[in-house]
Write a protein that binds this ligand. Structure first.
Ligand code: NAI
Length: 289
């Protein structure tokens, strides 16, 4: 879809009805694809939010590089996408380590010749106070959640520059803005990710590289199921979480995927250095009693 000028505002094309969407791997009937022929790397794409982003990007016509440490799940997700006609391949990559990240980017270039979009999604939850956290645990959490985004950006940016610009999306968190108890390393990593988002937006705007963050609230993923499983009655705890959501439900991986597709596409061409809350109003609500 072409970009609109102010004069076009009263002739916005209405999205064609009947665009078919399923809840897991989307299918598309319309030929209006937001990311046609764009090459996108998505980290942590084997499952959870990264899988949802890969799924929506595939529906929108992107050629995908899925990166993850989980080889069987990464291959499974990739073959599901390929079955639906999406061009995709999987690379085993621990984003916290420099050499595997170099291999990831080199493989993307070898296969597709260019990179337009990078989604720094790979991340782990880690819930301890400063006194409880060892320095190894701190390095592990910050290594994946923050250094991983630094490394992937460092090696992908020269190719995005060479492509004439593109979009980097960092999956941060509501915990970038507000903390709960015992999450020292996690909150620090997600706060740092927003600072890195702003910094890269400033430094690479001249190259037409837009850098934005998404801050999800409760999104149902294997990671969140692990949180529910810590409670004596996980199903009941999930219901309690759902009841507290302004819109009465927990988010899906596609909710984040749609927001990422928007930030990756020209639809968000005036956005950089920003963070998009996909949190069901979680950070808007001041708890009162
Ligand atoms: P998840 O645990 O369900 O999936 C994470 C994926 O990242 C997995 O496939 C895992 O194998 C991969 N991964 C882990 N370490 C890696 C490494 N070193 N290198 C490459 N891949 C690695 O997690 P979920 O929930 O999908 O989270 C994804 C991102 O979204 C994380 O950055 C998380 O902090 C963030 N987030 C998630 C929320 C939620 O409610 N699910 C809320 C706010 C933020």
């Amino acid at each position: 879809m072409s970009r609109m000028t102010g004069l076009d505002l009263y002739s916005i094309p209405i999205a064609s009805p009947g665009k078919m969407k399923t809840t897991k791997f989307h299918q598309q009937e319309s030929n209006e694809m937001k990311l046609q022929n764009k090459v996108a790397i998505v980290t942590g794409a084997a499952m959870g939010i990264g899988q949802g982003i890969a799924s929506v990007f595939g529906r929108e016509g992107a050629k995908l590089v899925l990166a993850d440490v989980n080889i069987p799940e990464g291959q499974k997700t990739t073959s599901e996408l390929k079955k639906r006609g999406v061009e995709a391949f999987f690379v085993e990559c621990d984003v916290s380590k420099e050499d595997p990240v170099k291999v990831l980017v080199a493989t993307a270039i070898e296969k597709y010749g260019t990179i337009h979009i990078l989604v720094n999604n790979a991340g782990i939850g880690f819930y301890k106070t400063v006194l409880e956290t060892t320095s190894e645990e701190w390095d592990h959490c910050l290594g994946i959640n923050l250094k991983g985004a630094f490394l992937c950006s460092k090696y992908a940016i020269p190719h995005i520059q060479a492509a004439g610009g593109g979009s980097i999306i960092n999956i941060a968190s509501v915990h970038s803005y507000q903390n709960s108890s015992r999450e020292a390393a996690y909150a620090a990593s997600k706060g740092g990710l927003l600072a890195l988002t702003r910094q890269m937006a400033i430094d690479y705007g001249k190259d037409k590289i837009r850098v934005n963050a998404i801050c999800p609230g409760w999104i149902y993923t294997p990671n969140v199921q692990r949180i529910f499983d810590r409670y004596p009655d996980p199903a009941k705890f999930r219901q309690e979480v759902e009841k507290r959501q302004l819109l009465g439900r927990i988010g899906t991986i596609e909710d984040v995927g749609e927001a990422a597709a928007f930030l990756a596409s020209d639809e968000s061409s005036y956005m950089t250095g920003s963070s998009l809350m996909v949190d069901n109003g979680m950070t808007a609500l001041l708890e009162s009693w």
